[in-house]
Each structure stands twice: as structure tokens, then as C-alpha cells.
Design a protein around this ligand. Structure first.
Ligand SMILES: Nc1ncnc2c1ncn2[C@@H]1O[C@H](COP(=O)(O)OP(=O)(O)OP(=O)(O)O)[C@@H](O)[C@H]1O
Ligand SMILES: [Mg+2]
Length: 374
């Protein structure tokens, strides 16, 4: 067996609790073959020992079953989390964590208008509702939309040291280019300026202690994305897409860009996935409707009914997220409530937390948290 054959074999092992394999997670640090001896070095950054042991055992077993080797040596190259650098040791070059912020999660998309800002705002609110300290930063300097989605537009105050104090909204700390520019679309921004602006949103904003900072990125893979990923250590990126775009190279391009700069892609969210129709027929109970192209739809004893039209091909999200080797975090239908929530400046998770769509956002947040903790 050669190295590639071993890697292909190891791809059959999923990381415990995930539908993603240990190879695509980047956990195989080294494979060495010497005749009948094989050594595999694993790098698993969890502090849960039993998860590590499960992976080590699975690797040993799958290699034993091939009967290709007499000695199989599986080692872990790091034990637990990497300790913070001491004063003698220099911190590694490259992106640095932002002091006081535990997790920075970027919400990205290949193209515009797919619902990034909507998703970012609802994720941030859902995390706040779970009792976390949350910041929400709108980095879309070409067309900031958080002032609209959150229904307010105030100028942030400056401290004596010329630091910006983020605004408080729905229990979150919020900062948007719109607050500074008066929500006017800036004329032409040049790359270096965009980079500097992006950096300033971290250096010159008093975020304080945060569990999560959610970033609403501009669409595409431009200057903001580059500056961010070069300068800051992101916990991960979430890619938002629509069903008709999910198989396009945009999503892959985005995923590739984040991977190249060692930013894990936490998953894909398929937005505007199908249209849910709800209604009521008066004077009827336990009826059945036959809708062309949909089939039978039940009407309950109150005369209420609900069905979903999949305007675009269904299931693209599952296939594509599999192909990218990242989980599908959720599918959000086209929903008038989401649009109304935007118009009213109050994200759906806040204005109607019990609605099924709000619950989808809550599930997405649960999944993101599980991935970040593993
Ligand atoms: N699931 C949905 N159902 C109905 N409307 C939606 C849904 N998701 C987003 N929208 C609406 O679509 C519009 C675009 O959404 P949003 O501004 O979040 O997209 P975006 O990706 O941030 O866009 P941009 O690239 O311009 O920043 C908004 O009016 C929003 O209310
Ligand atoms: Mg936006």
C-alpha cells in the first residue's frame, strides 16, 4: 500500500459525532511507510481523550484489516490544546487572535443577495438568547445592511483614546460601516484602504470580552476577506448559498480560499431553499387537497394546511456540502416572515422565536457550537 491508498482508506473513518472524515478534517499529520511497518501521526485538537482514543483505535483497526502491515504505529502529535506561548517563546507569525474574543466566525458567500446579513443577524441573536456575549460586525463596506436589519442607525461614540464604542442592540454589541458613513454607499474603495478599514474595526473598536464575534462579510473573495484571514485568527467560516447556486464554483472558490489560509469552513447554509405555503380553508376539517405538482396536502381539524414548494432542485445542499467535505448546517426556506422581519428591523429569531424558521436558525447555531467545541 502506498501513502495515497492509506489516505483513501482513512477517509472511511468519520470523526466521532460528525459526518465528516478525519482526512478532510486535516487530522492526518504524517504517514510513513517502511516495508511492513507503517506509522501514522494524528493531530487532533480536542481535549476529550476518549474521542482521540476512538480515532486511534479506528485507524489501527482499519489498517490491521488490510493485512498489509506487521507493525502499525499510531501516535498523537499534540496532546490537548496547544499551550499559549510563554514570554520566551515567540507567538507564531501569521494571524493572531483578538484579545478577549473567544470565537470569530465569518459569514461568507460567493455572490451577493443570498441572505448573508439576514443569517448573520439571526445567528448573532440566537447566540445572545442562549446567554452568550455576542458582537456583530458588518464588514460589508460597499453596502452595509445591518443598520436596516437591526432597525437603527446611530453614530458610535469615541473614547478619549479615539476608540470606537460599539453600539448596543438587542443585547449585542454591534458595529457597521453604515454607522460611520451615515449609510451612504461609499464611492470607489481601493484595496489598501479597504484593508486598513477592516483592520481598524478590530484594533479601534472596544469589543471587550466576547464569546462570539459574528462577521457579516461582503460577497465574494475580495480585499476584506484577504485582510481578515491574513491578520486575524478566525475560528471558522460559514458559507451561505442558495439552491440554484450551491453547485456553482462560487461556493467551492470560497471554501478553497478559507482553507488555503487555514480557516476551517464550519459548514454550508442553504438559504431560500423551497417556499413554504401556509393557509386555512374555512368550513372544512380533515379535508385533503390535491395540489398540482405537489400531491396530497392534509388539512387538519382546524382547517389549517402547510406545504412546501421546492422551486429549485431539492437536495443540492446535501450533495454539495458532501462534495466540499463540510456539513450542511441547515436549510432555510423562502419565508415572508424573514423579509418582514428585515423591514421591521427585528430579526425573526427575536420577533417570532417560536416560528419553525426561527427554530432552523437555532439548530444552525447548535451545530456551529458543537463543531467549534470539538
Ligand atoms: N429565507 C428568506 N426568505 C425570504 N426573504 C429572504 C430570505 N433570506 C433573505 N431574504 C431577503 O433577501 C434580501 C437579501 O438578504 P440579505 O441582505 O441578508 O443578503 P446578503 O447576502 O447579505 O446581500 P448582500 O450581498 O447585498 O450583502 C433581504 O431583503 C432579505 O430580507
Ligand atoms: Mg449583506
Amino acid at each position: 500500500m502506498n501513502k495515497q491508498e492509506i489516505l483513501n482508506l482513512l477517509k472511511e473513518i468519520n470523526y466521532p459525532g460528525f459526518s465528516r472524515d478525519i482526512v478532510s478534517f486535516g487530522m492526518i499529520e504524517n504517514v510513513e511507510i517502511d516495508g511492513k511497518n507503517v506509522s501514522i501521526a494524528l493531530k487532533i485538537t480536542t481535549d476529550k481523550d476518549e474521542k482521540k482514543q476512538t480515532v486511534v483505535d479506528a485507524v489501527k483497526n482499519i489498517l490491521q484489516e488490510t493485512n498489509a502491515f506487521e507493525n502499525i504505529n499510531v501516535t498523537l502529535t499534540n496532546q490537548g490544546h496547544t499551550p499559549p506561548p510563554t514570554q520566551q517563546q515567540k507567538a507564531p507569525a501569521g494571524p493572531t487572535p483578538v484579545e478577549g474574543i473567544k470565537h470569530i466566525v465569518a459569514i461568507a458567500s460567493g455572490k451577493g443577495g443570498v441572505g448573508k446579513s439576514t443569517v448573520a443577524a439571526n445567528i448573532a441573536v440566537a447566540l445572545t438568547q442562549k446567554g452568550h456575549k455576542v458582537g456583530l460586525l458588518d464588514l460589508d463596506i460597499y453596502g452595509p445592511s445591518l443598520p436596516i436589519i437591526l432597525g437603527f442607525n446611530e453614530s458610535p461614540k469615541l473614547t478619549q483614546e479615539k476608540k470606537l464604542i460599539p453600539l448596543d442592540r438587542y443585547g449585542m454589541k454591534v458595529m457597521s460601516f453604515g454607522f460611520i458613513s451615515g449609510n451612504e454607499t461609499p464611492t470607489i474603495w481601493r484595496g489598501p484602504l479597504v484593508g486598513r478599514m477592516t483592520e481598524q474595526f478590530f484594533k479601534d473598536v472596544l469589543w471587550g470580552e466576547l464569546d462570539y464575534l459574528i462577521l457579516d462579510l461582503p460577497p465574494g473573495t475580495g480585499d476584506v476577506q484577504l485582510t481578515l484571514t491574513q491578520k486575524l485568527r478566525l475560528s471558522g467560516a460559514v458559507i451561505v448559498t442558495t439552491p440554484q447556486d450551491i453547485a456553482l464554483s462560487d461556493v467551492r472558490k470560497g471554501a478553497d480560499m478559507f482553507r488555503k489560509v487555514q480557516t476551517p469552513v464550519l459548514g454550508v447554509i442553504e438559504n431560500m431553499s423551497g417556499l413554504v405555503i401556509k393557509g386555512h380553508i374555512s368550513g372544512s376539517n380533515d379535508a385533503k387537497m390535491d395540489i398540482a405538482g405537489i400531491g396530497d396536502v392534509n388539512v387538519d381539524e382546524n382547517g389549517d394546511f402547510e406545504f412546501q414548494i421546492d422551486i429549485f432542485k431539492k437536495g443540492g445542499g446535501v450533495v454539495e456540502s458532501d462534495r466540499l467535505g463540510v456539513p450542511l448546517l441547515g436549510e432555510i426556506p423562502i419565508n415572508k416572515e424573514i423579509m418582514d422581519a428585515t423591514d421591521n428591523g427585528k430579526p425573526l429569531v427575536l420577533s417570532n422565536p417560536d416560528s419553525p424558521v426561527a427554530q432552523v436558525f437555532v439548530q444552525i447555531v447548535d451545530r456551529i457550537q458543537t463543531i467549534l467545541q470539538s
